[in-house]
Design a protein around this ligand. Structure first.
Ligand code: PGA
Length: 237
């Protein structure tokens, strides 16, 4: 794993934006894997600016997000579809029909997961996958105990994840307890992966990812087995 240590979130976001820009320039029809969460917010702002300034174009890009909450429709302010529209897609020249996020209110969520996996396969390999990491080591919503070969599927969220997400909702009862997430096996098929790690509270889990065993107790530790992972971390983490 390559590790890039930077001063702060601004530098982390610039570095990640450079790598996305390289992929957009290198590929005729780039396929990007995208993540939600607080960590990539600044990255997405930078990408909007670069697109606005004509430095990058997403016109021929296709994107696949990692996950979506079950029970939240795409127009729910807490849905990841809404997050991505607001933080990135509305401010770049991407064709909306080329942006993919699982449908959290699909009638049959298991079928939705299988269909999502098919769409991914049809698009070809993900050229560059952006990941964040949860305090418990999850990537996407692959919580501790996830299988290394897992594909896109319906999962239960860990108690700690539900608590961490509660800050976005009015009450605990409103926090979704399930999601559709790309599997670890799905994520591992990306040609290139960038893991963004920001803030002191991620230091302990990052240390396990870097120096600990490869174990489903720390899902991000599976990244040790991928041939092209770059971890961009700020000094605090
Ligand atoms: P965060 O979320 O960027 O808000 O810390 C990361 C994650 O839970 O995957």
């Amino acid at each position: 794993m390559n590790i890039i240590k930077v001063e702060n979130n601004e530098a982390l976001s610039e570095k990640a934006a450079d790598m996305i820009e390289d992929t957009l320039h290198a590929k005729e029809n780039p396929v990007l894997g995208l993540a939600t969460g607080s960590t990539p917010e600044r990255l997405y702002e930078i990408l909007q600016k670069r697109c606005h300034d004509g430095k990058v174009s997403f016109q021929h890009a296709t994107t696949f997000n990692l996950d979506e909450y079950i029970g939240l429709a795409g127009d729910n302010p807490n849905s990841y579809r809404q997050f991505m529209n607001e933080k990135l897609f509305n401010g770049i020249d991407i064709q909306k029909e080329n942006t993919h996020i699982p449908n959290g209110v699909a009638e049959d969520p298991d079928k939705e997961a299988i269909d999502y996996e098919k769409k991914l396969a049809d698009a070809g390999k993900i050229d560059l996958q952006i990941l964040g990491i949860g305090l418990n080591g999850h990537i996407g919503f692959n919580e501790p105990g996830s299988d290394v070969k897992s594909r896109t599927q319906v999962v239960d969220l860990a108690e700690s994840t539900i608590e961490a997400n509660a800050r976005f909702f009015n009450s605990m009862d409103e926090v979704p307890t399930q999601a559709i997430t790309m599997g670890i096996g799905t994520i591992m098929e990306a040609s290139k992966i960038i893991l963004l790690v920001q803030g002191e509270k991620k230091a302990e889990i990052l240390s396990k990812v870097l120096h600990g065993d490869v174990t489903s107790d720390v899902p991000a530790s599976f990244l040790q087995m991928h041939k092209d992972v770059t971890i961009i971390t700020d000094i605090d983490a």
